[in-house]
Design a protein around this ligand. Sequence first.
Ligand code: LLP
Length: 422
Amino acid sequence: MDHFIYRNGTLYAEDVPLSEIAANVGTPFYVYSTATLQRHYQVFDEALAGMDHLVCYAMKANSNMAVLRIMADLGAGMDVVSGGEYARAITAGVPGEKIVFSGVGKTRAEMHAALTQGIRQFNVESEPEMRVLNEVALELGKVAPIAVRVNPDVDAKTHAKIATGKSENKFGIPISKARAVYAEAAAMEGLEVVGIDVHIGSQLTDLAPYEAAFSKVADLTRELRADGHDIRRLDLGGGLGIPYTRSNEAPPLPMEYGDVIRRTLGDLGCEIEIEPGRLIAGNAGLLVTSVIYRKEGEGRDFLIVDAAMNDLVRPAMYDAHHDIVPVAEPAPGAEQHPVDIVGPVCETGDTFAKQRDLPMLQAGDLVAFRSAGAYGAVMASEYNTRPLIPEVLVNGDQFAVVRPRPTYEDMINRDTIPDWMT
Ligand code: LLP
């Protein structure tokens, strides 16, 4: 069920008309649906029913504190990739024993913070990192629980910039080297091997690469156990894709993904961890923007909106498609016209969509970009000194600004002038 639907001729987020939010907070803004976030967490939880498991929300997709609180209140674990994300998880009330620390370049300071405040496990990505973690743990008189991220050399069949499971990618250690690396880890007093980690990419729309990767992990589990390692946890990463278009895409459901896990790994008696991000947050959020101008170019029309590539970078960065819909519901049979939807930033890359059929929209009209709840606000910047846009959370008929728009002064005053200039 979708919580962004037309009612009485206008688009709603749950029980709140988007036009009401626009009138209150101004455009552009992100808006998230609590009910959708909760439901998406629950479908993963249910998909793994019957297996000992923990759903660790990959907060890189959307790390707004209010979103994290929703996840924490549901009992979710968190997958973090930086000291900053770790601090957010702790602040949201997630206990250290539910936080998994991923990422290829963890620093000593990040390891120190997590070891002191509590951590479920570090997903170690290289031998040098493993040795540093051992040192930091010994310095603190602690033992760091680890899983080694293995790279299974599987093609995830997704966009090249977000595929991570091929041997040419920077992630993990080659699965062929795993036994040697685990032997080295077992000999380190500051480390305790607890499991294996794998993540092959993001926006996967086919289960076959998962099946291939998980089968390799199953074989490796048996081998490592035979070598004497106590492999009791398998972290399977995230990556399940979402429909970005309403018409022709139907990625596999979390239930089917759960069945692949059960089939490939279910008999090993391991606790299963997954790290979904996009599927939880992506279709739980919209970006709402206003048309500033409709410009008639030569042979094509442009809709210049008040959101830009700095607010939602996915189209510019990955040629990503986001459905774009008018907030006022078009009359049935209303005439559609192809337009390019662009932002005000001075780059041709600041193009959200080309030749999209939309009703005749005019300056002041509101449009919504769908599927913008994941990798939207978190990837925004203040390029062109455009303030980060506000984030709004809806819950039933209530809404609240969960990150306000900074003022120009806020932005300007973050910079300081050195003494020698004053
Ligand atoms: N775990 C690890 C180790 C990851 O690297 C990622 C995503 C996830 C979990 C979550 O994957 P998800 O379930 O969200 O697919 N900015 C890009 C996506 C980058 C994904 C990076 N890693 C985009 O906008 O498409």
